[in-house]
Design a protein around this ligand. Sequence first.
Ligand SMILES: [Zn+2]
Length: 56
Amino acid sequence: MTDQAGTGRTRQLPVFHCPYCGDEELTPHGDGADAWRCGACLRAFTVRLIATGVTG
Ligand SMILES: [Zn+2]
């Protein structure tokens, strides 16, 4: 396994659709590494990865 997820390195997650309205017009919001703003519904939100490879 070469998964780099547990190394503590902060990386901006690719978000392709707004979780609230489904629009694709997302832009980075503020200075948070994981904050996004939706241009359609004007919601700002964060996306946080909490686990990888969880099968249970
Ligand atoms: Zn939206």
